[in-house]
Ligand binder design. Structure first.
Ligand SMILES: Cc1ncc(C[n+]2csc(CCOP(=O)(O)OP(=O)(O)O)c2C)c(N)n1
Ligand SMILES: [Mg+2]
Length: 281
């Protein structure tokens, strides 16, 4: 898909995240806005999925390990036609299909239950191993966060995947440098992340997580790497697109109030007008 179309879809997804979070009056804002470009490229340009038949056996599997950013997953799945968009408006409400952390089973397109950080990484690794052993050609994608790589389980999953040469597995890390109550490098430094994964037999690709061309290229390159899994370290701006929310840990787990939501939508609408006017090559 053309980059202009993708940029407009990502802009729309950001606006819908803001509306959904405002209506729910709870949820996470920074991560979802930061990962809108990655989710858009994944679902509109890259993945082999069929919204009409989410359990199609030839599909690529998508896992979300940092389950708290699920609003961007839900918005993307709804816009791609996996389920009715009206579900978004009851996000996080009692008995809603769309809870504050994803659960596998009832939600079309959602493969894993997430929330306890780092568990999704192990789930994805297990799925990739099973598919490989069954001689299947499906790929497994796992979106994850930087903060969760402060947990032991993350490195156990990484070591296992590298050791088992799971080249049907791609991790995409939201490398946004924030976590729940501060900046990752202040709380518990993660760097040098690339060298750590390389030491565990991973292929590492570092990209600007808002550059559509780079996201596309990295996803394609990962499919060609043999004998090792790939991690795409996507450097993102948490809260991307809304200046007052960008790069601030306080927006990790806070929804916008009415004034903040209205300012955010205004800013994103004017960004949309710029995107329409821009010359795209
Ligand atoms: C096992 C586990 N421990 C703690 C938490 C609480 N928690 C939820 S999000 C979060 C911050 C993780 O950092 P990151 O995912 O990088 O946050 P973001 O970039 O989305 O702000 C924490 C500690 C959790 N969900 N699971
Ligand atoms: Mg983070």
């Amino acid at each position: 898909m053309k980059n202009k179309e993708l940029a407009l879809i990502a802009n729309n997804a950001r606006q819908e995240c803001i509306k959904t979070l405002f209506l729910s009056k709870s949820g996470h804002t920074a991560g979802p806005l930061g990962m809108a470009d990655v989710f858009t490229v994944l679902y509109y340009d890259h993945l082999r999925v069929d919204p009409m038949n989410p359990e199609w056996e030839g599909r690529d599997y998508v896992f979300l390990s940092n389950g708290h950013i699920c609003v961007i997953w839900y918005v993307t799945l709804a816009n791609r036609g996996f389920f009715e968009k009206t579900h978004l408006w009851s996000f996080r409400k009692v008995n809603s299909l769309l809870q504050g952390h994803p659960h596998s089973g009832p939600i079309p397109g959602v493969e894993n239950s997430g929330g306890p950080l780092a568990q999704g990484l192990s789930q994805a690794v297990g799925a990739a191993l099973a598919l490989k052993r069954d001689g299947k050609r499906n790929r497994v994608y796992c979106c994850c966060s930087d903060g969760e790589h402060q947990e032991g389980q993350a490195w156990e999953a990484a070591m296992f995947a590298g050791n088992n040469k799971l080249d049907n597995l791609t991790f995409i890390m939201d490398r946004n440098f924030i976590q729940i109550d501060g900046f990752t490098e202040d709380v518990m430094p993660l760097e040098p992340l690339a060298a750590k994964f390389q030491a565990f037999n991973w292929h590492v690709i570092t990209i600007d997580g808002h550059n559509l061309k780079q996201i596309k290229k990295a996803l394609k390159k990962a499919e060609k790497i043999k004998g090792k899994p790939t991690i795409i370290l996507a450097k993102t701006i948490p809260g991307k697109g809304v200046k007052e929310m960008e790069n601030q840990p306080k927006w990790h787990g806070m929804p916008p109030n009415e004034e903040q939501a209205s300012r955010a939508l205004q800013e994103l609408t004017s960004e949309r007008q710029q995107l329409e006017k821009r010359r795209w090559v």
